[in-house]
Design a protein around this ligand. Structure first.
Ligand SMILES: CC(C)(COP(=O)(O)OP(=O)(O)OC[C@H]1O[C@@H](n2cnc3c(N)ncnc32)[C@H](O)[C@@H]1OP(=O)(O)O)[C@@H](O)C(=O)NCCC(=O)NCCS
Length: 191
């Protein structure tokens, strides 16, 4: 799913400091700041990275990040910034609120592929969502962590396999997409 933008985000939304969502052995997941506009534009404008989601035009990046902050404040989740030790910002990982639960998504710069970062980020995001959203009494009904993937997106399918998702097959409501559901306890142990 594509990073989205609201019609009118607050102009200064990105001027505040980042909130840390999770730290892993190699990564930090956090909320967005103004300094992220340029590096994430590199990721979201790469046609190969965004092959299945659609590139985000440069003039919509700041607005999309402000939308992420607004979604985080409202729903407790969004696509968060992912930083890798020594590499800086390498992409995003997090959730879109969905009527059936939370939809996991991630987009990493090509320079960061093939190192296990997406799997590490997804595991951290899922643990955060289970602790801070799924199990909260106030969010009764937000029970599932889901993902939709194009069957040709083998790298993404592999991330879902490693992080405890089962494929439920083609989703008739989402053309050409496979629907995945997270099953707690199903994830393969980190290597
Ligand atoms: C989907 C995407 C994030 C997956 O990236 P990825 O690099 O394949 O996945 P990971 O970061 O988990 O890395 C796994 C690979 O790193 C390797 N690896 C290397 N060092 C590793 C380590 N220390 N720990 C774990 N894995 C490691 C694994 O063996 C695996 O290799 P393989 O691809 O040869 O099997 C990336 O392809 C992408 O950004 N795609 C475009 C956006 C997209 O389609 N998003 C999904 C829809 S929302």
């Amino acid at each position: 799913m594509t990073p989205t933008a609201p019609p009118s985000p607050p102009a200064d939304a990105l001027s505040h400091g980042a909130t840390i969502i999770a730290r892993t052995p190699r990564l930090t997941l956090r909320t967005w700041t103004a300094a992220d506009v340029e590096p994430i534009a590199e990721v979201w404008s790469d046609p190969e990275v965004m092959r299945f989601a659609g590139v985000v035009p440069p003039d919509r990046i700041a607005r999309a990040l402000a939308a992420g902050l607004a979604a985080h404040a409202r729903h407790g989740v969004c696509l968060w910034a992912v930083e890798a030790d020594g590499l800086g910002l390498i992409g995003d990982c997090g959730f879109h609120p969905h009527r059936d639960g939370l939809e996991l998504a991630y987009h990493l710069a090509r320079r960061a592929w093939g190192r296990g970062y997406a799997t590490e980020a997804a595991r951290a995001a899922i643990a955060y969502a289970i602790e801070h959203v799924i199990r909260m009494p106030s969010t009764d009904g937000v029970g599932a962590i889901l993902a939709w993937v194009h069957p040709d997106n083998h790298r993404s399918c592999a991330v879902l396999d490693r992080t405890g998702f089962v494929c439920e097959g083609p989703d008739p409501a989402e053309e050409h997409e496979l629907r995945y559901r997270h099953v707690p306890g199903q994830a393969r142990p980190p290597r």
